[in-house]
Ligand binder design. Sequence first.
Ligand code: SF4
Ligand code: SF4
Length: 128
Amino acid sequence: MKITLYATPEITAKPLIAEVILETKALLNIDRADVKPKGGEVVIDVPQDRYDEVTKAFEKRGARIIRLELPVIKDDDECVNCGACISVCPTGVISFKDDWSIEMDVSKCVQCGTCVTMCPHGALTLSE
Ligand code: SF4
Ligand code: SF4
């Protein structure tokens, strides 16, 4: 499962992720990182059975963690199944079904936001 870690300026300079990996021995995969000295966010793939342990380890170090249940949301009333979002997705989340409607495997989403920008109908939004 995926989480978003929000880092404040106070903790940005610390090796937070390395510390949590060493403490929990959980294999964490960084899907996306946008961190600057003033803070930022990192999307991390966490093994499901280690979620509680990893979350607590981050939180005790001052990081705010949000679980990404649904990283990207499609408004079916707005989507016209044009497919413009398919080729721009870097992780292959979006594809056509046999009936040419759109399907999404949101477990692969890294919340890059590219599809949101590309969609001509404003049908896609990133969850907070
Ligand atoms: S936010 Fe990025 S990774 Fe997620 S579906 Fe859109 S393009 Fe793909
Ligand atoms: S770009 Fe927008 S309207 Fe087109 S298939 Fe994707 S979500 Fe639907």
